[in-house]
Design a protein around this ligand. Structure first.
Ligand SMILES: [Zn+2]
Length: 690
């Protein structure tokens, strides 16, 4: 059951913060009730659904004019603010209803040219529908329960059974002018209705106040949930808690996900006639999903279509199914299913493109959702947020299909309507917002990720589009650093000197993102003292951290690279100690010298599979190794100030963590460079490499 989240105090707080203009206060209430709708993923998700309010504002001449504030593209309801509800002059919108037809381009242009703020985002493609309804507040959701209802084979009978005349039914038409006109006609014929249901699409409510319209969203949705539950053994669902990323059969993830990721990356590369273009994955599991994946009609359901038309741009119209048998035959089995998917997509595109008279350019033919027996459902996208969006929608679709099938059947829009939606320019524009960055789609793991150099390097890769996994033994610091990078950054807490820890850490990354492309092996620590004075255990422990953990990470990463067949990269934080010993740093320099050698040996052994291996020799960076106290004592020992000590190099300038990150990034972008080590120390002739 949906919870009614309306809270008078919170609503009033929004109004109080909006200032004295009554229009701004109305808009504040619109923001408030939009956000409580958005807070429930069973009502709306990822740009699906939108809200509006009609109000009056003075123009520059002091004349009052009617204004529609409607959700703008690029904004989600759960995080909406006033600028996400651009104001459009209402009169010209209403005038449009007189037209017989209006092209999408003309509609968008007309909406834009009537914006109060010319720099505001594009008003929703459903703006005219909001405009044509006479009510002040209008709420449009794609609620899970309504999607199950709207896609029933005999939806109208079920709607009548549940609502009588309280809801009016609008037949399926693609969003835009024609749908807006039809919905307005249906409303005019049923002026006493409390809302509209758009077949195979979603739900509308309206009211004089924000509260009135919102209460109906919840009431109507709960009426449908109750009706569906009675037909599905009392089934209840809650997507806010479902989003479960723990994989039940973790042993299955390690071999399957990199193979699937590799196959899709190569397919994308082939589509663009370029090198493989990796994707990010997002695996969801849990009881409901597990039960769903054991259904006998999975193959059929996978081809049936999407729960709401706009889902197609994030999930495509068909899901990839991998059964136990496909998985048992390993690489060949998975590759065959991906090839089969792409072939079917090509055939669908060719036939549909012919139907619409040609001129469409085929999108990437890879699956965006995979249903994998024993593993879960996988969202697949060009980056972590696209993968998460696909996974969220796929989870909702599992509920819609399960409920719908129990109540009579899941019968969404057919292939023609699906194609029109997938290749609709206005929907494609939603996705084209962000141009790809150099590391978009790549997964980068940074060990010692909570330290100064590790975090600076991780941030640099994140800025360039990568999905990031931070590995660190300090749990608190690791989680804080990951949070600083963003919601899609994975924190892996691991002591990489423990046996099997590197394998486990890499497995965790594979479970979260589907694979790995760049390993930044950075963890390390220096112990000081004369070499001959150390006891053997201390010396060995330095080797564990400063050499063997790097080797273990390299081996674990190499196995993932081999499964993906994408190539890959390893970047090692070596040290100037590897080539230029410092007195008292022998126990650090010895394993670092071995790691220096490791760069070259791995480059030699992995070059044939396209894996590049490089390193950085950094020196004198403020970090966990080189604390302020330590700097002070070193500076005092040399009779110089701390800042002179830190700038004691040829360039006379302190080297900072971000300079080291720059060097890692330069190596990562140097596509024909391997077995190379860059020095980042401000210049030190004794440590210069030959
Ligand atoms: Zn909609």
């Amino acid at each position: 059951m949906r919870q009614n989240r309306w809270n008078d105090k919170e609503a009033q707080a929004r109004v109080d913060a909006a200032g004295s203009d009554p229009a701004d206060q109305t808009l504040a209430l619109r923001v408030y009730s939009s956000r409580i709708i958005g807070a429930d993923p069973d009502l709306v998700m990822h740009g699906g659904g939108n809200t509006s309010v009609k109000t009056e504002r003075k123009d520059l001449f002091g004349n009052l004019q009617k204004v529609l504030h409607v959700k703008g593209s690029g904004w989600d309801l759960d995080t909406l603010e006033a600028p996400g509800l651009p104001g459009v002059r209402l009169a010209p919108l209403l005038e449009m209803r007189k037209l017989d037809a209006l092209s999408d381009e003309d509609m968008v242009n007309m909406q834009r040219s009537n914006l109060l703020d010319s720099s505001a985002p594009n008003p929703s493609v459903e703006t005219l529908l909001h405009a044509f309804l006479p009510h002040n507040f209008v709420d449009h959701t794609h609620a899970t329960a309504f999607l199950a209802l709207a896609n029933l084979p005999d939806a109208e009978a079920a709607i009548h059974e549940i609502f009588g005349d309280r809801l009016a039914v609008v037949p399926y038409i693609m969003p835009g002018f024609a749908l807006a006109k039809k919905a307005a006609e249906v409303f005019d014929a049923n002026p006493d209705c409390e809302g509209l249901i758009l077949l195979k699409h979603g739900h509308f409510t309206f009211g004089a106040t924000a509260r009135e319209s919102y209460d109906k969203v919840i009431e109507h949705t709960n009426m449908v949930e109750e009706w569906l539950a009675a037909r599905a053994n009392g089934r209840s669902f809650d997507l806010t808690v479902q989003r479960d990323r723990s994989i039940p059969d973790a042993d299955l993830a390690a071999p399957v996900l990199p193979l699937l990721r590799g196959a899709i990356g190569r397919l994308r590369g082939a589509h663009h006639a370029s090198a493989p273009r990796p994707v990010v994955m997002d695996v969801r599991s849990g009881e409901a999903i597990d039960a769903f994946l054991h259904r006998g009609d999975l193959e059929q359901l996978a081809q049936r279509g999407v729960a709401s038309p706009d889902h197609v741009i994030r999930t495509k119209g068909r899901m990839l199914v991998l059964g136990k048998q496909d998985l048992a035959s390993g690489r060949e089995g998975i590759q065959a299913r991906v090839d089969e998917f792409a072939k079917a997509y090509h055939a669908m595109f060719d036939a549909q493109n012919q139907r619409v008279g040609g001129g469409k350019v085929m999108l990437e033919p890879h699956p965006c959702v995979a249903w994998v027996e024993g593993l879960g459902i996988i969202g697949i996208g060009k980056d972590a947020s696209a993968a998460a969006a696909a996974a969220d929608i796929a989870e909702q679709t599992v509920e819609v299909m399960t409920l719908g099938e129990a109540a009579g059947g899941f019968r969404p829009i057919g292939p023609d309507d699906l194609f029109d939606m997938e290749y609709w320019s206005l929907e494609q524009a939603k996705l084209a917002k962000a141009a790809a960055k150099p590391f978009t789609g790549q997964v980068v793991a940074v060990t010692g990720g909570a330290g100064a150099i590790g975090l600076a390097t991780a941030k640099a890769f994140a800025r360039e589009g990568a999905a990031i996994a931070l590995i660190d033994f300090n749990a608190e610091a690791c989680k804080a650093a990951a949070a600083a990078i963003g919601p899609n950054c994975l924190a892996v807490v691991a002591d990489l000197t423990a046996k099997g820890a590197a394998d486990k850490a890499v497995a965790e990354i594979v479970e979260r993102f589907g694979g790995l492309d760049v390993l930044v092996s950075n963890a390390g620590a220096a112990i000081q003292g004369m070499l001959l004075d150390f006891d053997e255990d201390t010396l060995r422990s330095s080797f564990e951290l400063n050499f063997f953990s790097h080797l273990a990470m390299a081996r674990a990463a190499a196995r993932v690279f081999a499964a993906q067949e994408h190539g890959g990269q390893m970047l090692f934080n070596v040290s100037k100690q590897a080539v230029n010993p410092g007195k008292g740093f022998g126990a650090y320099g010895l394993p670092k010298a071995a790691t220096f050698f490791l760069v070259r040996q791995l480059a030699l052994e992995l070059g044939g599979s396209g894996v590049r291996v490089n390193g950085v020799n950094a020196d004198r960076i403020r970090s966990g190794l080189l604390t302020d106290d330590f700097i002070k004592s070193r500076a005092e020992a040399r009779g110089v100030s701390a800042s002179d000590y830190m700038a004691g190099n040829l360039l006379k300038a302190e080297v900072e963590a971000h300079h080291v990150a720059d060097a890692f990034m330069a190596l990562a972008k140097s596509e024909r460079t391997t077995a190379h080590v860059i020095t980042v120390d401000g210049g030190n002739i004794e440590a210069a490499l030959r």
